[in-house]
Design a protein around this ligand. Structure first.
Ligand code: SR1
Ligand code: MG
Length: 416
C-alpha cells in the first residue's frame, strides 16, 4: 500500500529487487541516496551504487509546490508510466528507460541520465545544444503522428483515449493555471510587482484576450488529436550536447498536438527574452540569442517536415481514406489538404505558445529563466517583452502565418 518513501524505506525497497540491486552493484548499505526533486509535484531520488545509478520518482498525494492543502491523485504516476512506455516504443532513445514501476506506491525507477542537465538550466547559462532540434522534432513528430487518427484505426485511437481519460486531475491543473487564472483575480497568481501591476490588471480587462484564451481552453479540453506529453517545457527535457531525453510525461492525455509544439516554442522564446537579464558578454549574448531564434524556426520547420513525411508514407489510419483520393488529381488534392492541416497546426502552436508564456509570468508556477534575474526591474522588462509578443500571438494569431513571423516579431521586441 502507498506510503511516502524516505531514504531508509527506499533503500530497503530497492534492496528487495534483484534486478535493481544488480544494476546498482555493491551492498545496499553502500548506496548513496539523495532527494533532488526541484519540480512542482513529486519526490525524485538519485541512487548510486558501485556499478551504476538509477533515478526514482515517487508521486506525493498532494502538490509539492503548495503542500497538503492541494491534494492530487497518485494515479498520475500510472499515466506517466503508460506514456513513457508508449513514447519509448514510438521514439526510441529519446525517453529514459523504465527499470521498475509500482502503481500502488506511485513509484517509477528509471535509468539515471548522466551527465545530462535540465535544458532550462543550460539555456540560462547560455549553452547551445546542437542535437536538440533533430531530437525534439523526431520525438514530437513520431509520438504525435503515430497516436493520431492519421496512423491509427478509429478503434485503436478510442482505446488510447480511454487509457488516459482518468488523468483529468492533471488536465484540470492545466485548465486552471494556464487557461483561466492569469486572466482573473486568483489567490495564487503572482508577478513582478510593482512593474507589471498594470499589465496584470490589463490581462484581467482584455476581453479580446479572454475570447482568445477561452478558445484555446476549449481546444485543449475537446480535441483528442494525439497522445500529448502535456508539459513539454524545457524543464521536462534533459540534455547533453549529443543527447536529448524527454522526461516527466505525467500530464499526458489525448489532446491537441499544438499544445506540445507550442510548449517547446514558448520556452525557447522565454529563454530568448530572459537572456538580456543574465550575465554574459555582448558576443555570447548575440550568438546565444541568434541560436535560440534559429532553433524556434527549426523546431517548427523540422517538426512539420518529419510529420508530413510520416503522413505521406505511414498513413494507415482511418482518417483521410486513400480510396477517396484516387489518381494524380486525388494525390494532389490530398497533398494540398496536408499543407492546410499543418497551417492549422501552426496556428494552434502559436496560440498555445502564447498561453504557456503568459501563465509563467502571471500565474502560480513561474520559471527560473525569469526568476533568476535578480534585479526586479530588469526581470520585468524581459517579462514585459515576452507578454507583449504573447498577447499578439494569441489575439492576432493570423498575423503569424509562418514561424519566421514569430521570430521576427521577437527580434523587434528584443530592445523594446
Ligand atoms: C501545481 S503544478 C504547476 C505546474 O507544474 C508542472 O510542471 C505543470 O507545468 C503545472 O502547470
Ligand atoms: Mg514536470
Amino acid at each position: 500500500s502507498y506510503r511516502i518513501l524516505h531514504e531508509a524505506d527506499l533503500r530497503d525497497y530497492l534492496a528487495g529487487r534483484p534486478k535493481l540491486v544488480a544494476a546498482l552493484g555493491g551492498g545496499p548499505d553502500e548506496w548513496s541516496i539523495t532527494e533532488v526533486g526541484d519540480g512542482n509535484l513529486n519526490l525524485v531520488f538519485i541512487v548510486k551504487g558501485a556499478l551504476g545509478g538509477v533515478a526514482v520518482k515517487q508521486a506525493l498525494p498532494y502538490v509539492r509546490l503548495v503542500g497538503e492543502s492541494w491534494p492530487l491523485p497518485l494515479s498520475r504516476a500510472h499515466y506517466e508510466y503508460l506514456a513513457l512506455t508508449r513514447q519509448a516504443q514510438l521514439a526510441p532513445g529519446l525517453v529514459p528507460t523504465v527499470l521498475h514501476h509500482n502503481d500502488a506506491l506511485a513509484l517509477t525507477v528509471m535509468e539515471l541520465l548522466e551527465p545530462h542537465i535540465i535544458m532550462r538550466k543550460g539555456l540560462i547559462a547560455g549553452t547551445q545544444y546542437s542535437r536538440f532540434v533533430d531530437d525534439i522534432t523526431t520525438f514530437m513528430a513520431r509520438t504525435l503522428f503515430f497516436t493520431s487518427d492519421l496512423a491509427l484505426t478509429a478503434a485503436e485511437k478510442k482505446e488510447g483515449i480511454a487509457a488516459f481519460a482518468g488523468n483529468h486531475a492533471l488536465c484540470k491543473i492545466t485548465e486552471d493555471l494556464i487557461f483561466t487564472d492569469p486572466y482573473r483575480v486568483a489567490e495564487q497568481n503572482r508577478w513582478t510587482a510593482p512593474y507589471l501591476d498594470a499589465t496584470a490588471a490589463g490581462l484581467r480587462d482584455d476581453m479580446e484576450l479572454h475570447v482568445a484564451i477561452s478558445r484555446l481552453k476549449l481546444k485543449f479540453m475537446a480535441s483528442p488529436e494525439a497522445l500529448i506529453h502535456g508539459d513539454l517545457h524545457t524543464g521536462s527535457i534533459m540534455v547533453t550536447d549529443s543527447q536529448t531525453q524527454v522526461i516527466d510525461p505525467e500530464f499526458a492525455f489525448y489532446g491537441p498536438m499544438g499544445f506540445d509544439v507550442g510548449a517547446v516554442i514558448a520556452n525557447l522564446l522565454m529563454a530568448y527574452f530572459a537572456s538580456s537579464g543574465h550575465e554574459r558578454s555582448p558576443d555570447e549574448r548575440r550568438a546565444f540569442e541568434g541560436w535560440v531564434l534559429e532553433t524556434v524556426e527549426q523546431v517548427w520547420t523540422e517538426f512539420a517536415r518529419k510529420f508530413l513525411e510520416l503522413w505521406r508514407k505511414d498513413a494507415a489510419g482511418d482518417a483521410y481514406p486513400v480510396s477517396l483520393f484516387p489518381g494524380e488529381k486525388g494525390a494532389a488534392r490530398l497533398e494540398a489538404e496536408r499543407q492546410a492541416y499543418m497551417q492549422r497546426l501552426l496556428g494552434d502552436t502559436v496560440g498555445f505558445a502564447a498561453a504557456k508564456t503568459i501563465r509563467r509570468i502571471f500565474g502560480l508556477a513561474h520559471n527560473i529563466d525569469f526568476e533568476l534575474i535578480e534585479d526586479p526591474h530588469k526581470r520585468a522588462v524581459s517579462e514585459a517583452r515576452a507578454v507583449r509578443l504573447a498577447r499578439a500571438m494569441m489575439v492576432e494569431t493570423g498575423a503569424f502565418p509562418a514561424i519566421a513571423d514569430v521570430t521576427s516579431a521577437a527580434r523587434k521586441l528584443r530592445d523594446w
